[in-house]
Design a protein around this ligand. Structure first.
Ligand SMILES: [Zn+2]
Ligand SMILES: [Zn+2]
Length: 325
């Protein structure tokens, strides 16, 4: 669907640069420097529903030949993107550059940045509608969000009509075309072919495989281990997969039945990755905290890596916000 109207920027836009904790995980090598390849993966959010100031909500950018694509838009996504510009020099992630985005499922931790993604880039320059691909329900979510912000669109239009502002006024810039997808190839352009595969979660959900000129990347979203994930990777360059530790789960008996159906333990992921054989496995959406004060029951990155390393011999890293691979 598309929804357009004139609008305008409301005064100066102040963009915060997120503060990132850099305490290293035990036994984890520092992330490699930004590759010189055509394709870069930028982890914009590696957290989960926990309001963790060190880990934004799930959001992964794939940048190909200077064009950004995004999978999921958790809390903090736009500010993390700007942090990637300022702190990592990845200018492709200037927020108005986001045009094509994907969502794995409609849980709030993966979508709570949606309004931010629609409105903030528009207020400082996006001139074309956002193209959003996701499970059934994404159209309704989009329509409701646009309706929720109708007063903003109308106010900025009015301000523009009064000649108060001259930027951010492009009619199409806060429009959204929402595409409801199923399994298979769902998007293709000169940079990428994106294939959706079904995952197993508490509501309809998909993982995505990106094939670019130089890399193959699979992003799991939230899921129980599935054969479809193994098949989507089958020797891919990078598999980005959710995980929680056995240590954390032991402290959360209230969550065990749910986790057994809809999430993935380190032991399960080790088995999955042994079959999928990615060249690099990146852990995200993990039951960890970088600082114990954030969540005392969470595992440390070192504990997570240790649980994996004793079960899996491949190359594995704990993803952190603003890591570039
Ligand atoms: Zn989630
Ligand atoms: Zn979920």
């Amino acid at each position: 669907m598309s929804r357009n109207s004139l609008g305008n920027v409301c005064g100066a836009v102040v963009v915060s640069v997120a503060v990132i904790t850099t305490s290293p995980a035990a036994a984890q090598a520092p992330p490699p420097a930004a590759p010189t390849s055509q394709t870069q993966i930028v982890l914009l959010g590696t957290g989960n529903p926990v309001p963790d100031p060190d880990r934004s909500g799930p959001a992964t950018a794939v940048v190909v030949n200077g064009t950004p694509y995004l999978v999921d838009f958790g809390a903090g996504v736009v500010r993390r993107a700007k942090a990637a510009v300022v702190d990592k020099g990845i200018i492709a992630l200037e927020p108005p550059n986001f045009r094509v985005v994907f969502v794995t499922h409609l849980h709030s931790d993966h979508t709570i940045g949606y309004a931010d993604l629609i409105l903030t880039p528009w207020t400082y320059g996006r001139r074309v509608p956002l193209e959003v691909y996701g499970p059934p329900g994404i159209k309704a979510m989009t329509e409701h969000l646009l309706e929720a912000y109708r007063a903003d669109f109308e106010a900025r239009s009015s301000e523009h009509a009064q000649g108060l502002y001259t930027v951010g006024s492009f009619a199409e810039g806060h429009g959204v075309n929402a595409h409801e997808i199923g399994a298979g190839v769902i998007y293709k352009d000169a940079n990428v072919t994106v294939t959706a595969f079904p995952t197993k979660h508490a509501l309809e959900s998909y993982g995505y495989r990106f094939d670019t000129p130089d890399r193959s990347i699979v992003i799991s979203g939230d899921t129980n281990p599935t054969q479809a994930t193994i098949d989507a990777c089958h020797g891919c360059d990078v598999l980005i997969h959710e995980v929680h530790t056995l240590g954390w789960l032991a402290k959360r008996p209230d969550f065990q039945a749910y986790a057994a159906r809809y999430h993935t333990t380190t032991a399960q992921l080790a088995e999955l990755a042994s079959q999928a054989k990615p060249r690099l496995l990146i852990l995200y959406h993990a039951s960890i905290a970088l600082r114990p004060a954030v969540n005392p029951r969470a595992s440390s990155p070192g504990e997570l890596l240790s649980e994996m390393a004793t079960r899996y011999s491949g190359h594995v890293v704990v993803g952190r916000d603003l890591d570039v691979y």
